[in-house]
Ligand binder design. Structure first.
Ligand code: CA
Length: 465
């Protein structure tokens, strides 16, 4: 018997889901099922939208990420939140930001491990060894080993500027903390240290199962030279982004390839699910192109380019190779997906927004989402494959996304538009983001206020790091 996950969806819409996960009974069959549980590695890349990834039609070369996609599933309609903090809190909590409180950057302290679930806690309770490697900034409460345990992580190597003992940079001579102790990095390059930590952890837990959350700092600014850069211009060393953008993408891609190759050497590929996702859209000067045409919006924007990101899932021998899926997936969905694969029990009496796509990973059709929900501060929208409705009730046709969204007049007589409006409004009504934690804070508009249609297209702004 495989562990089962039951999604109870709203009658009108599959946006909100609650779950009852049943762990396998204590039997030989159940033990067998447990033995098939995969190791899970979630690579979260920083500030790279679909224009940064070659196999998405972007204008950059990413041969190793492309190979990961051609050996697994590439999701064309995958969504994060538009900024680091909200995405990270969404992944960890399995809930949208109006529930977990991290509505924009700078509010990570609103998400406490003591009173909110975390995916690492859930997987650890199911018997997984757990680790995190990379950027913890934009979330909080993570300096010591005790903090790690509170989040559910056995081991960690993190960069977290909220730690007073770890002030410093993320790339060269990085201010990382390893299991509560500062790393003596010398002239080392941070992303290399993280790779070594991840592979060492995997090697030590090769009998599995293990879970590694791997939020690499690449390719967030400052865009500095990498170990492979041909030149090392002084300007870029001081943080003037731009000179090494291509080199940073190349290094991210190289480390993805190295991870796959090192797991292969350890004989771990067939029992390890590797997921690769971007944490928000691309940023910098661009151009941000898909198939040679500029994408609509970038990081921090409520336009498509703010949150439409790459999602690749590769579990050798299990995920169908070379599949390109149009199923919509949201970063909130990792929680239920990983819990299902792990045969884990979700915390009771918690409202999750996560919807498992575990069946799709196993090559089955599953129950794809009918929409995704994205929020930044006091702005939000729900989106189906072809339509999008925002908090001001402005409807857009998304048939030409990711290049443009087309406003639909409120008095449009188009029957498909009317049906979409009804469907998406029902989804938003059920979620009721204005009834959750709101943007009634400094620097954020009050949630529930209805800006005009023009304002709805305006870029949301917030701090970044
Ligand atoms: Ca980011």
């Amino acid at each position: 018997m495989r562990s089962s996950l039951r999604c109870v969806l709203s009658p009108a819409f599959a946006l909100l889901a609650t779950f009852a996960i049943t762990a396998p009974a204590d039997s030989a069959e159940a033990q067998n099922s447990k033995d098939r549980r995969p190791n899970i590695i979630l690579i979260l890349a920083d500030d790279i939208g679909i224009p940064g990834i070659g196999c998405y039609g972007g204008n950059h070369k990413t041969p190793n990420i492309d190979a990961l996609a051609s050996g697994g599933i590439r999701f064309t309609h995958a969504y994060s939140q538009p900024l680091c903090g909200p995405t990270r809190a969404t992944i960890m909590s399995g809930s949208y930001t109006f529930r977990n409180g991290v509505l924009t950057n700078g509010h990570g302290a609103d998400y406490k491990p003591s009173d909110t679930p975390s995916i690492a806690k859930t997987l650890k309770a199911a018997g997984y060894a757990t680790a995190v490697a990379g950027k913890w900034g934009q979330l909080a409460y993570f300096n010591t080993q005790e903090d790690g345990r509170a989040w559910g992580y056995d081991e960690f190597m993190i960069w977290n500027r909220t730690n007073p003992d770890a002030q410093g940079e993320r790339y060269w001579d990085p201010a990382y903390v390893h299991n509560g102790k500062p790393v003596e990095a010398g002239d080392k390059y941070g992303p290399d240290l993280l790779h070594d930590f991840v592979i060492d952890f995997a090697r030590r837990h090769k009998d599995g199962p293990f879970f590694v959350y791997y939020p690499t700092p690449l390719i967030h600014g400052p865009i500095l030279h990498t170990p492979d850069s041909a030149t090392k211009a002084k300007g870029a060393e001081k943080g003037k982004s731009g000179n090494y953008y291509e080199d940073n993408i190349a290094y991210l891609d190289k480390l993805v390839g190295k991870l796959v190759s090192d797991l292969d050497k350890e004989g771990l590929r067939e029992n390890t699910l590797i997921c690769f996702m971007g944490d928000n859209g691309s940023t910098g000067n661009g151009p941000f192109l898909i198939e040679g045409r500029p994408v609509d919006g970038k990081k921090g924007s409520m336009l498509e380019g703010g949150s439409r990101v790459a999602l690749i899932a590769n579990w050798k021998g299990t995920t169908p190779a070379g599949k390109v899926s149009g199923d919509m997936v949201h970063c909130v969905d990792f929680y239920a997906t990983f819990a299902e694969l792990a045969g884990a029990t979700l915390p009771a009496d918690v409202k999750f927004d996560s919807q498992s796509f575990a069946l799709q990973l196993r090559g089955q059709s599953g129950t794809p989402r009918e929409s995704v929900f994205v929020q930044l501060g006091a702005e939000w929208w729900a989106r189906s494959k072809d339509w999008k409705l925002d908090q001001s009730r402005q409807l857009f046709s998304m048939k030409n996304s990711p290049w443009e969204q087309i406003p639909i007049a409120a008095d449009s007589t188009d029957s498909a538009a009317a049906a979409a409006r009804k469907q998406l409004q029902a989804a938003l009504d059920e979620l009721d983001p204005a009834g959750g934690k709101t943007g009634d804070r400094k620097g954020m508009k009050k949630a529930g206020k209805k800006p005009g249609a023009k304002k709805a297209k305006k870029k949301a702004t917030a701090k970044t790091s």
